[in-house]
Ligand binder design. Sequence first.
Ligand code: ASP
Length: 667
Amino acid sequence: MLCSRPWGRYGLSLQNISRQALCRKWISLTTTRPLILPRRSFIVTSRVQDQHLHGYKDVDRYHGQYPTRTHMCGELRPSDQNKHVVLCGWAQPSRSMSQELVFLPIRDASGTTQLVYRAEHCPPDIKTTIQQLSTESVICVEGIVRTRPEGTINHQLPTGGVEVDIQRIYCLNPASPQLPFWPSQTQLPNEEMRLKYRYLDLRRPTLQNNIRLRSLMANTIRQYLIEHHQFTEIETPTLFKSTPEGAREFVVPTRKPGLFYALPQSPQQHKQMLMAAGFDRYFQIARCFRDEDLRADRQPEFTQIDLEMSFVSARQVQQVIEGMVAAIWSKALGIQLSEQSFPHMTYQEAMTKYGSDKPDLRFDLQIQDMSICLKDKTKSLDCLVVKNGASQLTGGDLKSLIKDLELTETEQQLFGFVKINENNIQQWPLKCGGGLKQMMQYSQDTQQNMNTTLNVEPGDLIFLHQRPNYLYGGNTLMGRTRLQVANQLQRKGHLTIPHHLFKFTWIESFPLFTPDEQGIRTWQATHHPFTAPFDQDIPLLATDPAKVRGQHYDLVLNGMEIGGGSIRIHSPVMQTFIFDKVLQLEKHEYERFDHLIDALGGGCPPHGGIALGFDRLMAILCQANSIRDVIAFPKAAGGKDFVVDSPSQVTVSQLKEYGLQILDDIK
Ligand code: ASP
């Protein structure tokens, strides 16, 4: 096969050359006697002569000893004046100012330094060399530090007070002149291209900073948990077992036909077993895998800060997390979170007031209950009053807002809005459109009371939605409307949300079970099936599962869920009852959890824990638009890895080894 990518660009092809053969050649090359290098200003002499590589040309590359780096490219300051330095890094586009003056910035992990060819100070052939260098070539440069003359100082760069007069350049590895893009380009190509050449994109300072901050945060978390809170970091298996825990798993075939591992969707079962094993406090910065339809900003493999504690209450777990978040915010952003502890809100309150189980509390816009107007008392009427909204949002804004809500036909009947004026202020619930008018029944007194309670005035914009009383799931239509309204108001400059406003809140008292929308069973676990019910709700498990609240807590920040956890069921009997009678798993399904049931029955302490999404957290800290910007090698939408072009096919003989066959009709 002819290799079309980088090798080819250098006159190399992999035709007829096996990997081992290449390796053998490399070893023999690196053990040859070092060449004595001539003192020349531009050194590209390769010890690899053509005959070494049997005709493969590798002559532009410098393979010998090169001078030891003395400084990083972001390090030099005017105090280094006249020092002889050696810098290594990536050549940036050069700028020829005249015959006598050429600039060549050099970049490494720490920053950029301006290298200069100045006719009066530098060997003459340096200029041609610079002009021949392709951008992003890896070079080593010897030179003399000069302070920049007044008026030419670059105050944007930490090294902007100096430049380095080039004495010698070693071209350690020339970059292909046909690179798909340069990291320093202002107009970057589309994301697919940048994901494919991730090693180029990762050279950009923004991504470099994100990945470095990620490492710093991992270290901060470890220090906080291990040194201050006596946690033990424990790795759990990546090759796990398929268990019906919730999300769809990735399965891994083995060479024992018919037997599979599954990748863990989280270390949940292992961390509970670690509590049974007496570790008391476990944590792990854990890779998790979920084969779910990838919504905009989801990854099939992602990282969680996962922890578990024995003999604790929900509040104790939350306190550990509050301290950890404070340590992270202080280290990453230099912000001391002022609140002693984060506020708490029940699921019911979050859903009724904000229409979301992850409310964005940076702006008010609360939903109010107007059920008093409805004929049907099994329904609720959500009402959102946007003060002065009538003039702030035009007909066009409202049209696009409604379009973005993607209302179903039923929702269109039950949803409406009205702009308040002097004429309709005494009867506006009847003027909201949709089919709402037919659903209203109330007196003039009620209208008066509502106007007073909601402080309705001409110029306001009001949305109404009739919904079922029983709430489940992550949001309501009015909750989604609230977010759309806030977006529109922000876009039009009527609402300002400061960048550094962090509104944390704990959401609690979730329903333990949610109706199974696929209709396969009656109930599914709202989070995962190991969450303990509220003690006082235990009697309802058998009689009214809809009313059972779980000891689950989510940590929400600015409308995003950044973590979730719970106190767990530690009784093997209750756990089996829930699998069997409430979740109605088949025996063969819940037997897949036998290891956990056994562990609970083998002397397992009461325990609870939580996991925070590390990728999301980093995206917030880095103010990144996407979690892909804080992951070194993320998958693109649809789970594709453009760097290595995966997932990819395997050979028929590999399939055979695993006892697998691809059926054409389901390919
Ligand atoms: N394992 C849970 C999750 O991945 C977190 C927890 O309950 O600790 O969402």
